[in-house]
Design a protein around this ligand. Structure first.
Ligand SMILES: C[S@@+](CC[C@H](N)C(=O)[O-])C[C@H]1O[C@@H](n2cnc3c(N)ncnc32)[C@H](O)[C@@H]1O
Length: 227
């Protein structure tokens, strides 16, 4: 389990956003024993049905308050964007952002992305995956909770189409090194910028990035391509 539930209490405006907007943007998947787990017999997602059209699918893992997915989706109406998040209050905020951005090409799943990639995302179906500012889990005994781990990386590699990209950003140097180590074990994923990727120009500065910059930490972008 890569995540911890920090309580599901929404503030009144998040609750209103959830009630009004979740029927439009949230995709329900059969739930497993925990609130963010997926039932073992859940069928694979049919993206054409989920989005009501055929288009390339980009998946964001851990959308937080939706700043990135809403922004990029607004810039790229020709692409379908699927966001995963386990924390309900920020997901409600993300719905508000989708509404304000007026985007029709976003869907959100409230579930564990690790499980989703193993169970319900079809092989070779995704053009891009994004994981921006994943929880760093600093303590050594918690490293096993890091979402970018060998098992998850293998399932992302399987989900990507040939030539598809996994975009990552982190503000923790040791996590960047850890990620490079994980990727070394996944021969299908090739580092597109071994000297360090440029900052992706479509990525807005989120709360997490701003906090890192304020603290004087450098942000590393990484891009891996499926061969
Ligand atoms: C540090 S935040 C970064 C949020 C956003 N990417 C940004 O840059 O602002 C990490 C997010 O990943 C979510 N998360 C952690 N584990 C997850 C999982 N297994 N599946 C989906 N989301 C997850 C957390 O709830 C949190 O919102």
């Amino acid at each position: 389990m890569s995540f911890v539930r920090r309580g599901d209490r929404m503030n009144p405006s998040q609750q209103r956003a959830w009630d009004e907007l979740s029927p439009r943007w949230v995709v329900k998947v059969p739930q497993g024993p925990r609130s963010t787990s997926i039932a073992p017999d859940a069928p694979p997602l049919d993206f054409t049905e989920v989005f009501g059209r055929e288009a390339p699918v980009h998946v964001e893992v851990g959308i937080g308050d939706g700043a990135t997915i809403a922004h990029v989706a607004e810039q790229h109406p020709e692409i379908n964007f699927l966001g995963f998040e386990v924390f309900l209050p920020t997901t409600a905020s993300a719905l508000g952002r989708c509404k304000r951005a007026g985007v029709e090409n976003v869907r959100i799943v409230v579930a564990d992305a690790e499980q989703a990639f193993e169970q319900i995302i079809p092989p070779s179906s995704v053009t891009e995956v994004w994981t921006f500012f994943p929880d760093p889990w600093h303590k050594k005994r918690h490293h096993k909770r890091r979402i970018i781990n060998p098992r998850f990386a293998a399932s992302v590699a399987k989900a990507l189409i040939q030539g598809g990209r996994w975009r990552i950003a982190t503000d923790w140097e040791d996590y960047a090194e850890w990620i490079a180590g994980v990727m070394d074990g996944i021969p299908e994923l090739v580092d597109e910028f071994p000297e360090g990727a440029p900052r992706w120009n479509l990525r807005p500065i989120t709360r997490f990035e701003q906090r890192a910059l304020n603290a004087g930490r450098k942000v590393a972008d990484m891009v891996y391509v499926k061969r």
